[in-house]
Design a protein around this ligand. Sequence first.
Ligand code: PMP
Length: 354
Amino acid sequence: MKPWEANIRRVVPYVPGEQPKGSGIVKLNTNENPYPPAPGVRRTLKELSIEDLRKYPDPTAGALTGCLADYYQVRPDQVFVGVGSDDVLAMAFLAFFNSGKPIIFPDISYSFYKVWAELFGIPYETAPLDEEFLIRPEDYYRENGGVIFPNPNAPTGLLMSLEQVEDVISHNQDVIVIVDEAYIDFGGRSALELLERYENLLIVQTFSKARSMAGMRIGFAIGGRELIKLLQDVKYSFNSYTMNLPSLVLGTEAVRDEKYFRDTINRIVDTRERTKRRLQGLGFSFPDSMSNFIFAAHEKASASELFEALKKEGIYVRYFRQPRLENYLRITIGTDEEMEKLFAFLESYLGNMA
Ligand code: PMP
């Protein structure tokens, strides 16, 4: 070992889904939205001047936080924005999970939680999902240093009711509870309405899914004033200008177009429900997803072989080589045409197997 190696912070990084290049690819592997951002985003992008890039952006991200505050009917000092919800979540881990007691999150969940806990030296414990992949609120009653879970959960897509979410929060009022609502717009009821009652609640959402702006990297947190101030203190201790100017301007445009937002979500939800029926007919089973993806296992075909066969065909889905997940494929909901390509391939592949 070289002497300097003793000083190194070694981490096992999160592995994002592939971003394959080339035309004709059906990309159903990273839960992106198959539809473009709102028309106002396109218009405003064209109007951006090169001169706008010369100066630093507004470090307070005031226009975007103000616009989100109006939309979600909270005060601007209750909103924090970051470079995707990954950035917001990482800062929240750093700010709020600092007690020495283990934080708790589900054993099957967004795998970045474990990576941030390791990176920041936060002790953690996982709570196993039940046999139907559901989060059990009573697992979160024990003493801990903080709680985080996604709702709907990933990669299962399963939604907890607002009553269950409140159950977890009310049993954890001495610590911060983060509800990661990356997929909430596809059919869930947000915990935002609990904010008035719980000052220890932080809700994190993203522009990457329902707002079709994964490439722009915008995420945000809504919580009580005190929590938001603590998040800002961490941000300003790290990088004053996390949000670049185009994302501040274009993010604001996306929030303004409520009709486009609702229409896009409705299209994806319709395709999701149709996809459930088609997959069932092909011999797949899956938890009843309320997100923009379906976590499906086939009665006969191995998921890892299916994954490879689909990839050869230019159809990318996500496969997790992990205990309890190795029989499943996580399939993002694409356009109807993309899903038809998936069904056509599955029909012929599975038909040849019989
Ligand atoms: N939370 C969950 C549960 C996710 O699946 C994702 C997407 N990978 C994120 C947060 C982060 O998304 P983003 O950084 O694009 O907002």
